[in-house]
Design a binder for this molecule. Structure first.
Ligand SMILES: Nc1nc2c(c(=O)[nH]1)N[C@H]1C(S)=C(S)[C@@H](COP(=O)(O)OP(=O)(O)OC[C@H]3O[C@@H](n4cnc5c(=O)[nH]c(N)nc54)[C@H](O)[C@@H]3O)O[C@H]1N2
Ligand SMILES: Nc1nc2c(c(=O)[nH]1)N[C@H]1C(S)=C(S)[C@@H](COP(=O)(O)OP(=O)(O)OC[C@H]3O[C@@H](n4cnc5c(=O)[nH]c(N)nc54)[C@H](O)[C@@H]3O)O[C@H]1N2
Ligand code: SF4
Ligand SMILES: [Mo]
Length: 730
């Protein structure tokens, strides 16, 4: 183990509160703590405190681990970590149950039965690495380096998987992002030239549509929004077909008809332009295409939008005037997950354009550009060129503005299944679980069966691992050394965090960096991994004097870079070099240069539109957590009482939810908190893997029910285009 650099911060004062958590965990799964600790709790003397960064979701909140005799007893927030405003959420606290989950993968496993049958043989690391290297090499020789598909989730080590893919020679690399936010990214890139960080703390008016910040936590926005509302008089308006926790705390909630947000935004822009409620000088100086916008939105008046959205015209007009009056400290919250509709890029562009009309870019209370963090890229390399590679990615040419380095999972899966435009026969996946988080699980299972060889690196037997050929155990974030990572936190901070192990790696787990390095050595690519993690991190930090010291003393390094006005004297990274209402590039591609409204498909009689969204206590498919399970044990299918009555469904009944591609069993939550035409259930239930003892077979799998659609422009998955029936279980 690399010694943790954090000093002992404090000791006995924390014993009582923390002990309660450890005790709770031990009670939930009595075998866990004792089994891995190797030292009985009775020998407690004192705790050591070690810095780390939470990894229970991508926010990476700074934490302090309280360690006693080599056992993590409690995780506390790092009060110096401004990005999360000194907070650690329920999931962050429950990191301890992930670390000591008895379902953790313990050693390399080789499939011996059929794929998905669950028959495994324990093998040594040498055997596993030799086999993986040999099989990947065989695919590379028979097809081309790009015949192997690489997929890495959100992690501080994911860049090493991408590096390995690049030197191996495959450009078929993807991640979770095309199931998450690519259409939103596309929309903001094509309006402002970059993806913004909203300064909600200083905002006076936040319109939140298709986002749920008090459950889907994003730091610092979740905390800042609460502060802005409670202490600074910010008004929050929520558009959501569900009465979420965010809606519950908002000043206004409008249960908008799903898929019609663009109509709302266009009508708001209609009011603002026709009533001249915007900053003409600012718009003239910074933007491109205001005349075309004014013309474009003429036909989209609030009365028309009322018919589409179900929100009264007078209220749309009032909100438009309120937003304009509060501008530039006023915003449409840019949101994040936008894997919703087949036209999500254009929907999100209408959000982005309204922000431009509010003149809020680069100003307090508006949308901020990325700040200077200054972290270096580490140890550079230049990848070899492989003549035998095909001309382009296997998912190219379908979604015209797909983000090249991310690709599209649903399109890649199609390419695997069809063997077109060329065979993709190998799969290397790290810390991502598309069998539970991408639409149409049955198709993903077919994909796993179509590979000649697949290797999955995970901490647990995820559904994706369950269908793999080789499964490799990884250490959790509390057990490994990670490179430094740059984080943006709106006006809160531009900062750097890193990780050292707070406890040694358990079982035979190995970090993916070591795996990539070992494979590279076996494939005569060792020169590209000729360094260790410490050297890499040093190289990353070399231009940040004081960073190593700050990381050791505070667990975080801040760059006091400029927050506002960073675009003064700078051009925007768009075709016109200005903020774009009118997009010539879209026109050149044959796409609508401005968002043109088309109504979502009507919900067929007797059916519901299924929408997805997260709960505050789980992250995506990670529901196999003993502590968090206590907070949300059941897979609840939300259904409005009007529809439930007609279907003879009572609260708590077992129901079958069924789409054209799959079905599952959930428990009915009969509630006014959802529109009558809409259904909702959480993600991460109904796991197939028997290696997840709490999640297996429990509830319905959202991935199993969702049909596979994608946003036409970006190739992002579209998860709100599925209609389902709900029936009482006989
Ligand atoms: N607790 C927790 N926090 C998380 C995560 C997690 O898994 N758990 N994941 C993190 C990640 S990766 C992301 S991307 C973010 C996601 O953060 P968000 O994008 O805020 O998350 P969602 O939960 O997808 O929220 C979408 C909301 O849109 C609503 N909705 C559905 N259809 C429509 C529609 O047509 N119009 C409108 N206006 N609303 C609609 C849904 O009911 C839902 O409440 O959260 C992050 N934070
Ligand atoms: N139905 C539905 N689908 C969704 C969403 C939704 O709300 N509903 N949300 C979408 C969004 S916004 C996103 S971002 C994606 C997320 O999609 P994924 O990234 O696929 O989701 P996770 O469930 O976070 O999967 C993480 C995997 O990493 C493993 N893991 C955790 N920690 C470690 C570690 O330290 N090392 C290794 N090697 N493995 C680890 C977990 O066991 C799990 O298998 O899902 C998308 N899909
Ligand atoms: S928001 Fe919660 S789960 Fe995500 S990094 Fe922060 S503490 Fe961890
Ligand atoms: Mo996401």
């Amino acid at each position: 183990m690399t010694p943790n650099k954090a000093r002992r911060i404090s000791r006995r004062g924390f014993l009582k509160a923390a002990g309660a958590v450890a005790a709770g965990l031990a009670a939930a799964r009595p075998e866990t703590v004792a089994a891995v600790a190797g030292s009985p709790a009775a020998t407690i003397t004192e705790w050591e405190s070690r810095f780390s960064a939470c990894d229970m979701c991508f926010n990476r909140c700074g934490l302090i681990a309280r360690v006693e005799n080599g056992v993590v007893r409690k995780l506390d927030p790092n009060p110096k970590f401004l990005k999360s405003r000194g907070m650690l959420c329920a999931r962050g606290n429950a990191g301890i149950a992930q670390l000591y989950d008895p379902d953790r993968l313990k050693h390399p496993l080789l499939r011996v039965g059929e794929r998905g049958e669950g028959k495994w043989k324990r093998i040594s690391w040498d055997e596993a690495l030799d086999l993986a290297a040999q099989r990947l090499q065989a695919i590379r020789k028979e097809h081309s380096p790009s015949g192997v598909l690489f997929m890495a989730g959100s992690d501080m080590q994911s860049s090493f998987v991408n590096r390995f893919a690049e030197v191996f020679g495959s450009f078929n690399v993807t991640s979770h992002e095309s199931n998450c936010l690519m259409s939103n990214t596309r929309a903001y890139l094509d309006t402002f030239g970059e993806v913004p960080f909203p300064d909600v703390l200083n905002s006076k008016y936040v319109l939140m549509a298709g986002a749920n910040r008090f459950e889907a936590l994003v730091t610092p926005d979740s905390m800042d929004l609460m502060t802005a509302m409670r202490e600074r008089g910010c008004k929050l308006v929520v558009l959501d077909p569900r009465f979420t926790k965010t809606a519950a705390l908002a000043h206004e909630w409008w249960p908008i008809k799903p898929g019609t947000d663009m109509a709302f935004m266009l009508a708001v822009m209609h009011v603002i332009t026709s009533e001249n409620l915007y900053d003409k000088a600012w718009v003239a100086e910074k933007t491109y295409g205001i005349e075309q916008l004014t013309q474009h939105v003429k036909r989209y008046d609030p009365r028309w939008a009322e018919g589409e959205t179900g929100i009264p015209a007078a209220d749309i007009a009032r909100m438009a005037r309120e937003m304009a009056a509060a501008a530039p400290q006023s915003m449409v919250y840019p949101g994040r997950r936008s894997s919703d509709y087949v036209n999500s890029t254009q929907i999100r562009r209408s959000f982005a354009m309204l922000n431009a009309l509010l003149a809020n870019w680069d100003r307090p209370g508006g949308l901020l550009g990325a700040r200077e963090v200054g972290l270096g890229s580490g140890i550079p390399f230049s990848a070899p060129w492989y003549d035998e590679n095909p001309f382009e990615r296997a998912d190219a040419g379908i979604a015209p503005l797909m983000i090249e380095h991310e690709g599209s999972y649903v399109l890649l899966r199609e390419a695997v299944l069809k063997g077109e435009p060329y065979p993709l026969k190998g799969f290397f996946s790290f810390k991502v679980n598309p069998l539970a988080t991408a639409p149409d699980r049955a198709k993903s299972i077919e994909m796993m069966k179509a590979f000649d060889f697949s290797v999955v690196v995970d901490i647990a037997m995820s559904d994706t691992a369950w269908f793999a050929d080789l499964v490799l155990p990884a250490p959790s974030y509390l057990e490994r050394m990670d490179p430094a990572s740059a984080l943006q936190g709106s006006s809160a901070c531009a900062c750097v965090v890193d990780r050292d192990p707070v406890v040694p790696a358990m079982f035979e787990s190995r970090p993916v960096f070591d795996i990539c390095k070992a494979l590279a050595q076996r494939l005569e690519l060792g020169e590209f991994f000729d360094f260790d993690m410490a050297a890499f991190r040093k190289a990353q930090l070399k231009d940040l004097p004081g960073a190593e010291k700050a990381l050791a003393e505070d667990g975080v390094y801040y760059n006091p870079s400029k927050v506002y006005g960073i675009y003064e004297g700078r051009i925007y990274k768009t075709k016109s070099q200005k903020i774009e209402f009118f997009n010539q590039r879209y026109a050149d591609e044959g796409l609508d240069p401005m968002p043109v409204y088309s109504a979502p498909k009507a919900v067929p009689d007797g059916m519901f539109r299924m929408v997805v969204g997260r709960s505050a206590v789980y992250t995506h498919s990670a529901t196999n957590n003993a502590l968090l399970r206590q907070l949300e044990p059941d897979c609840l299918l939300w259904i409005n009482p009007k529809r439930a009555d007609a279907l003879g469904i009572k609260d708590g009944d077992a129901v079958i939810v069924q789409s054209a591609v799959g079905k599952g069993q959930a428990k009915a939550l009969v509630t006014e908190a959802i529109r009558a035409d809409t259904a909702y259930m959480p993600t991460g239930f109904g796991a197939l893997s028997k290696g997840l003892s709490l999640a297996h077979g429990n509830g319905a799998s959202m991935a199993g029910v969702l049909e596979s659609n994608f946003d036409a422009i970006s190739g992002n998955a579209a998860m709100h285009e599925t209609f389902v029936t709900v029936t009482r279980k006989a």
